[in-house]
Design a protein around this ligand. Structure first.
Ligand code: PMP
Length: 458
């Protein structure tokens, strides 16, 4: 390690407060500091010269892969020409206006406008405010509660951390806050009654939702939010018929639907949007990660015609909307977004996510599903997960203190591949860049099988 690397490591331990990190262990040097220096394609390299195949695309966001000249050129040109101007009171830039048009062009039917933010969390924060504003305009001030799902992930803010259905994001933060409620996770592998078919389990989830709506009073429930496929909660595709049954309940009680497509937007499932993929008809869509492939921070709330018309009525009554971020539609981020979406088309990455994704998941299943401690291999498009169990027959899970998931992901890293130990349960997740080739998929599968064997035996 160079002297400068040692110095960086010391500064890191002393001054950098890392997100989602064990603070004490990191500060004491008990967990490694890895300083990432550069990236190219699906690979990243650290300051020690160690290269890893990033099969999680950062945090499932570097969809076009690392080192794309087209995007870095667009960012540089925009920074030179006009680094910033705000989007308040009708201001725009060529990049932000072009990008909003490109997004609506690609969005599911019925979508009208994009409100830009910087992160998935702030976009969901905007969604919550738009939902409340909408019901206030419609004269329904009681209709404010939002139902999310256990194991859903929607951000880390006060309200969006409340929407998130993972205890780690609630504990010691006094979350969740009212008026957020959580219903059943559509997690077929972990269903309590194992005699249920997927369709029956979907009906069970829809019934649980309806029960909650009736118990709370339908006039108090404003919206339901869900990721098309659960992401951070364990990479869990919806069971058969799930979204159809959930939507039938929402329609019955006039409840808005928010599709959180921060992970699935712009191709990850082999369709431009997860909503199209699973037949979801949302009133709002959250987008972030794949919008710029994380070359610059940018998110958005896509608003349907149905909601837009009401919002316009509101401003005709009450004036300009009192909601804005300084960096909303930041031109450098928007320029990155335009170049990124063009690249997604030019390289055929949506199609590749579908075809290479199917190949990757089939090979992964062949390689590891027979292992005595692998309970489930699942996924869709270029998202996959392997869930470990102590006993396969009675589906008994490992004691969390054994940290089987983190051990397997560490063993995978030793073999040159990055997967993610998902935060709740012993689950190894994959969400590689959408440009993954079959040869690269083979490398991931081989390393995953070897890593599992090294931790859990044959
Ligand atoms: N929604 C979903 C579905 C996510 O996966 C994430 C982040 N992983 C977020 C929202 C929050 O995004 P951010 O971290 O950019 O705030």
């Amino acid at each position: 390690m160079s002297e400068h690397s040692n110095e960086l490591t010391a500064w890191d331990r002393d001054h950098f407060f890392h997100p989602s990190t064990h603070m004490g262990m990191h500060a004491r040097g008990e967990t490694p500091t890895r300083i990432i220096a550069r990236g190219e394609g699906v690979y990243i390299t650290d300051t020690n010269g160690r290269t890893s195949l990033d099969a999680f695309a950062g945090l499932y966001c570097v969809n076009v892969g690392y080192g794309r000249q087209k995007i870095s050129d667009a960012i540089a040109a925009q920074a030179k020409n006009l680094a910033y101007y705000h989007a308040y009171v009708g201001h725009g830039t060529e990049a932000s206006i072009t990008l909003s048009n490109m997004i609506i062009d690609r969005a599911p039917k019925g979508m009208s406008r994009v409100y830009f933010g910087l992160s998935g969390s702030d976009a969901n924060e905007t969604n919550i405010k738009l939902i409340w504003y909408y019901n206030n305009i419609l004269g329904r001030p009681e209709k404010k509660k939002i139902i999310s799902r256990w194991r859903g992930y929607h951000g880390s803010g006060v309200m969006t951390g409340s929407l998130t259905g993972l205890e780690l994001f609630h504990n010691l933060f006094d979350l969740p806050r009212a008026p957020i409620l959580h219903t059943e996770a559509p997690y077929y592998f972990r269903r309590l009654d194992r005699s249920m078919s997927e369709e029956q389990f979907s009906q069970y989830c829809a019934d649980k939702l309806e029960e909650m709506i009736l118990a709370e009073g339908p006039d108090t429930i404003a919206a339901f939010i869900g990721e098309p496929i659960l992401g951070t909660g364990g990479i869990v595709p919806p069971p058969d018929g799930y979204w159809q049954k959930i939507q039938a309940v929402l329609e019955k009680y006039d409840i808005l639907l928010v599709a959180d497509e921060v992970v699935t937007g712009f191709g990850r499932l082999g369709s431009m949007f997860g909503s199209d993929h699973y037949g979801i008809k949302p009133d709002l869509i959250t987008i972030a990660k794949g919008l710029t492939s994380a070359y610059a921070p940018l998110s958005g709330s896509i608003v349907s015609h149905k909601m837009w018309q009401v919002l316009v009525e509101g401003s005709d009554k009450m004036g300009a909307i009192g909601h804005g971020w300084t960096y909303s539609a930041h031109p450098i981020c928007a320029a990155a977004g335009v170049a990124n979406l063009e690249l997604v088309d030019e390289l055929g990455l949506v199609e590749n996510a579908g075809s290479t994704g199917a190949y990757f998941r089939a090979e992964l299943t062949k390689a590891v599903a027979g292992h005595r401690h692998v309970g489930d291999v699942r996924g869709d498009g270029l998202m996959a997960a392997v869930e470990f169990v102590e006993d396969k027959d009675d589906r008994r899970f490992f004691d969390p203190s054994r940290k089987i998931g983190p051990q397997v992901s560490a063993a995978l890293l030793e073999r040159g591949v990055i997967g993610r130990a998902m935060p709740q349960g012993d689950i190894l997740g994959f969400a590689p860049p959408l440009c993954l080739s079959r040869e690269e998929a083979d490398i991931v599968v081989k390393a995953a099988a070897a890593a599992i064997e090294s931790v859990l035996g044959k």
